[in-house]
Design a binder for this molecule. Structure first.
Ligand SMILES: [Zn+2]
Length: 287
């Protein structure tokens, strides 16, 4: 059974740790993340971007696969299935498809329109038992073709969006999606502290978790971050392990071309990355 992310993130906030959102792309990704969460007794959020949803042939397919897999793998830890950076239409589709959580990213709209649309979706999500994340101040880098400039969110705008009843809030604090450039200035902790205090301590979400130094992650958690999104890092681990397998010529040995063998090292690499992150975020043993 899937759960909304509301309770697990309130617990994380009160317990001063963060729950990882790990984005999924296919069956192997999903299996690797679920098995690791169960092994470490950690709550987990499976993120699905609109692009990944399309790739997996639609949100209904994703919801059916995840629900069935939670059951067949005997997963007992809390699992939320969450739409990542959803559009207004995408959010509605995920509510219908049986997701347990959605993000509405209205950060590219003017604040008044972001507020109006977020408000409608908060009602729809809560009526159906889902949690909802909203975003203020676009996150830098590229996410499915949407380029954000890496803004620092305005605490007053954050307060307005938080007051709509969203369950957790993504606020730009200099974080970006993808790999961080060499000259990256780091997270703006002063901004994070102001946002935390302006929003009545709503659980905050840190996007772009790949490559943020461990010390910055810990400090962000101490300042109210309860959910950290990891996507690129699992992709890099998967690609590196798969490359190693191919370059070693293992696909040409025996039945090494069998997809169940070919994809195994990459799947194990995702598990290792997820484990490392759950340990860093402090969610191990919190299920
Ligand atoms: Zn993001």
């Amino acid at each position: 059974m899937l759960v909304s992310a509301t309770e697990m993130l309130k617990k994380a906030r009160d317990g001063h740790y963060a729950v990882g959102q790990f984005n999924i792309n296919n069956l192997e990704w999903t299996k690797a993340i679920l098995l690791t969460a169960e092994e470490l007794k950690s709550p987990v959020i499976l993120g699905v971007s609109e692009g990944a949803g399309k790739y997996m042939t639609g949100y209904k397919t994703v919801a059916a696969m995840v629900k069935a897999m939670v059951e067949s793998l005997n997963i007992t830890v809390p699992v939320a299935l969450h739409l990542d950076h959803g559009s207004y239409e995408g959010a509605q589709k995920c509510i219908e498809a049986g997701f347990s959580s959605i993000m509405f990213d209205g950060s590219h709209y003017a604040i008044d329109e972001n507020i109006a649309k977020t408000k409608e979706l908060v009602e729809m999500a809560h009526k159906n038992g889902l949690s909802i994340e909203a975003e203020v101040g676009s996150i830098g880098g590229e996410e499915d073709g949407v380029i954000g400039a890496g803004e620092i969110a305005d605490p007053e705008e954050c307060a307005k969006i938080a007051a709509l009843g969203v369950d957790f809030l993504a606020a730009g604090i200099g974080n970006i999606h993808g790999v961080y450039p060499e000259n990256w200035k780091g997270l703006d902790f002063d901004a994070l502290d102001k946002i935390h205090n302006a929003t009545d301590h709503i659980p905050l979400v840190l996007h772009g978790g790949t490559g943020i130094p461990a010390e910055m992650i810990k400090k962000a958690i101490s300042l109210g971050v309860c959910k950290i999104n990891v996507n690129t890092e699992c992709q890099l681990s998967f690609a590196a392990a798969t490359r190693e397998y191919i370059e070693a010529g293992k696909d040409r040995q025996g039945k090494g071309f069998d997809p169940r063998k070919l994809l195994a090292p990459g799947t194990e690499a995702i598990k290792a990355t997820v484990k490392e992150k759950m340990e860093l975020f402090g969610s191990v043993g919190k299920a």
